[in-house]
Design a protein around this ligand. Structure first.
Ligand SMILES: NC(=O)c1ccc[n+]([C@@H]2O[C@H](COP(=O)([O-])OP(=O)(O)OC[C@H]3O[C@@H](n4cnc5c(N)ncnc54)[C@H](OP(=O)(O)O)[C@@H]3O)[C@@H](O)[C@H]2O)c1
Length: 249
């Protein structure tokens, strides 16, 4: 697809993959809007990246999702790409009763929000050329890490949903990408690390973005970057061996 001259809304652009996509798309000559919950981060980014548009918005709140779509329609009707990127990841012990107040926002962020936002944005994107939705899933959509069972299930659900979305939207000319990152060194899972500067061993964000941009440029609609490709290919065949090896920081 043409990666220049678009107006792109990225959910969760205050750090990691969302922020790196924003920087890359600005460099390529696109207008970029990012969202997030951290007002201080949004302010710092708008000072550092002139031209970027920021919007405080929490994807967990359905009313804020509707307000975001209304705001985009009103202020940036030329928006033609939605990147559903915002995500959270929890370690969950399945041997004890679940704390639903903790789990529900993870499901809402990773699954319900991108499904709802997609539906709200279809009428906006559909008015413009090069209309596209990109859902950021994970290599863990194909092979789960048992310690993060809800996270992996939401990503598997997003993989399935993205197939259906792509199938339904092809008739109205909206392209649908799935971007499945491997382990990437971002703030994901920071809350469970004593030393927040500690890496979880993923690849550098710049390396991931280079692979993802290559796939986007070449219309690879299911973009499995790095080791995600191997996970997609082998699926459950590597589940036991992968989980036996995993030690989370
Ligand atoms: N890093 C990896 O190894 C990896 C691997 C596979 C897939 N992914 C996926 O990549 C995506 C980006 O994650 P990342 O690795 O870049 O992690 P990150 O650095 O923690 O970034 C997560 C982003 O999501 C935003 N976010 C979280 N909850 C939100 C909410 N309720 N409303 C709005 N924004 C929210 C955060 O912004 P605020 O905190 O400001 O709200 C932040 O900008 C996620 O979908 C993740 O599952 C990551």
């Amino acid at each position: 697809m043409n990666i220049k001259g678009n107006t792109i809304l990225i959910t969760g652009g205050t750090s990691g993959i969302g922020l790196a996509f924003a920087e890359e798309f600005i460099k390529e000559g696109n207008q970029v809007i990012i969202t997030g919950r951290r007002a201080d981060r949004l302010e710092e980014i708008s000072k550092r990246l002139p031209g970027i548009i920021t919007k405080l918005s929490d994807v967990v709140d359905a009313a804020q999702r509707t307000e975001l779509a209304d705001w985009v329609k009103q202020n940036h009707p030329e928006t033609n790409i939605l990147i559903n990127n915002a995500g959270v990841q929890l370690v969950v012990d399945l041997k004890t009763p679940l704390d639903l107040d903790r789990i529900a926002p993870e499901i809402e962020t990773n699954f319900i929000a991108p499904v709802h936002l997609g539906s709200l944005f279809v009428p906006i994107l559909g008015e413009n050329a090069n209309a596209t939705i990109m859902n950021v899933t994970s290599g863990l959509a194909f092979v789960p890490i048992a310690l993060m069972p809800i996270y992996c299930a939401t990503k598997a659900a997003m993989h399935s949903f993205t197939l259906s979305l792509r199938y339904q939207l092809k008739d109205i000319g909206i392209k649908v990408f799935e971007i499945a990152p491997p382990s990437v060194d971002t703030e994901l899972g920071h809350d469970r690390r004593a030393d927040k500067s500690q890496s979880h061993g993923g690849i550098p964000v710049s390396e991931f973005i280079a692979g993802a941009m290559d796939a986007i440029r070449n219309d690879v609609y299911e973009a499995t970057v790095g080791m995600s490709a191997g996970l997609r290919e082998k699926r459950e065949a590597v589940f036991e061996s992968m989980n036996d090896r995993i030690k989370l920081i």
